[in-house]
Design a binder for this molecule. Structure first.
Ligand code: UD1
Length: 417
């Protein structure tokens, strides 16, 4: 349990370096298991989800070393073992161990994965993909087991692009004989990062970032180095905070093209945005106007993970902003908490209509999930007076020292674990 104490009203100024992506490092860490080798990962964010994933790898017999932002995983002596339920329950991405274990051991067993409560989060597309590759599934209420006496290359056609299911299919296909074609694949930058890692690991794989990914087997490699892609949602978080508070902030070590729809919206709100090869600078006088309608979409559309962040920045934007959440049905729960700060938000089903108010006021609030929690931090920074945010460890699952980052930019924020 953590407590965030935020005294709002300060403008934000300065430069900040963006962490490696949570949603990229977790699949890559699962991927270290698919063939016996030593992997050195750099730009690894220091997060609770990473710690848990490393614990899972240790349970599976991998040797793990971690120092600062570097992680070394030696999976040469990995062996099949049950993953403790309490580790599985911590995060959604633990389900990726299904594909990775199948590829390596021909057998996998996990209990139901945890993660943010964003409404129903089925894993049917993951399981269908593994079945198509030739795995036999044994399902119970509590666990998922898969066995295979040899995965075969095949054609997997997703009815809708799923980030996790695409990653699971890519991981499992590393253990298949023959060509695997994944159609209607998710195109997120984290999928491209996984492809780059798997390529370094010896996989003949191409197409990530487009609708179709093709895999043609693997040749053994004994040592791999890979740098994790920067976290686009962490960059969006700092930019939305700077827009909401006003100021002049530059996020460095980022890929501007990865959050185009977010920076476009911030520009429509009246912020001046400048982009370089690996930085984004945002200047705002704190007077914002509505960016118009926002609808979340799979990449390259407006990211669902950034919806709560931009929504928080729109609370004081003149006019009406409509947010339509099309990815996760339960992803407007933060709006209730934002209302406590004085936000004017009407929620109907999957749509939230925000009417800009002149002022927000600090209040006692609770983080509902990872990005919803970050949205409350942003709104607290833009509000008058003090906000006390109680968080049962959602924010630290995905952000590396967000409090220090915001303090360095001039925000009056403290976090106590
Ligand atoms: C990942 C990200 C999460 C992000 C989301 C969408 C990680 C660890 N998490 O989550 O931060 O918000 O992508 O960009 O990378 N679906 C099914 N059946 C399935 C799988 C998914 O119906 O088997 C549905 C989901 O309910 C959702 C949609 O597909 O409506 C997209 O979900 P998906 O892309 O799979 O999200 P995650 O991989 O869980």
């Amino acid at each position: 349990m953590g407590i965030w104490k935020i005294r709002g009203g300060n403008r934000l100024y300065g430069d900040t370096y963006i962490q490696g992506a949570k949603n990229a490092v977790l699949p890559v860490l699962s991927g270290t298991l698919v063939s016996g080798c030593v992997t050195k990962l750099t730009n690894v964010p220091q997060l609770r989800d990473v710690d848990n994933t490393l614990k899972i790898l240790s349970c599976l017999g991998c040797k793990v070393e971690q120092s600062e932002h570097t992680v070394i995983v030696d999976s040469r002596e990995a062996r099949f073992a049950p993953i403790p339920k309490e580790l599985m329950a911590q995060m959604r991405s633990s389900v990726l161990f299904l594909g990775a274990m199948l590829a390596r051991f021909g057998t996998a067993e996990v209990s139901m994965p945890g993660g943010c409560m964003l409404g129903p989060r089925p894993v049917d597309l993951h399981l269908k993909a593994l079945e198509t590759l030739g795995a036999e599934l044994i399902l119970s209420e509590e666990s998922i087991a898969c066995r295979s006496s040899g995965l075969r290359g095949c054609r997997i056609v997703f009815p809708t692009p799923s980030v996790g299911a695409t990653e699971n299919a890519m991981l499992a296909a590393c253990g298949a004989v023959g060509v695997t074609v994944i159609e209607n694949a998710a195109k997120e930058p984290e999928i491209v990062d996984l492809q780059e890692y798997l390529k370094a690991l010896g996989a003949d794989i191409s197409g990530a970032g487009t609708d179709v990914i093709v895999m043609r087997g693997m040749r053994p490699v004994f040592y791999v180095e890979h740098e994790i892609v920067p976290d686009r949602i962490a960059a969006a978080t700092v930019l939305c905070a700077a827009a909401a508070c006003g100021g002049d902030v530059t996020v460095r070590r980022t890929v501007p093209a990865h959050i185009g729809p977010v920076t476009d919206a911030l520009e429509r709100m009246g912020c001046a945005v400048t982009k370089g090869a690996d930085f984004i600078r945002l200047v705002s006088d704190g007077r914002l106007v509505s960016p118009g309608q926002i609808e979340t979409q799979p990449y390259p559309g407006f990211p669902t993970d950034a919806q709560p962040l931009l929504l928080a920045a729109c609370l004081r934007a003149e006019g009406e902003t409509t947010f339509r959440e099309t990815i996760f049905s339960g992803r407007l729960r933060h709006t209730r908490q934002l209302q406590k700060l004085g936000g004017s938000i009407q929620v109907d089903d999957h749509t939230a209509v925000v009417t800009g108010v002149a002022e927000l006021n600090g209040a006692a609030v609770q983080a509902t999930d990872l990005r919803g929690g970050a949205a409350l931090v942003i709104a607290g920074l833009a509000a008058r007076g003090e906000t006390l945010l109680v968080d049962s460890d959602h924010i630290t699952r995905g952000y590396e020292r967000l409090d220090e980052c915001l303090r360095a930019l001039g925000g009056d924020v403290t976090y106590t674990d």
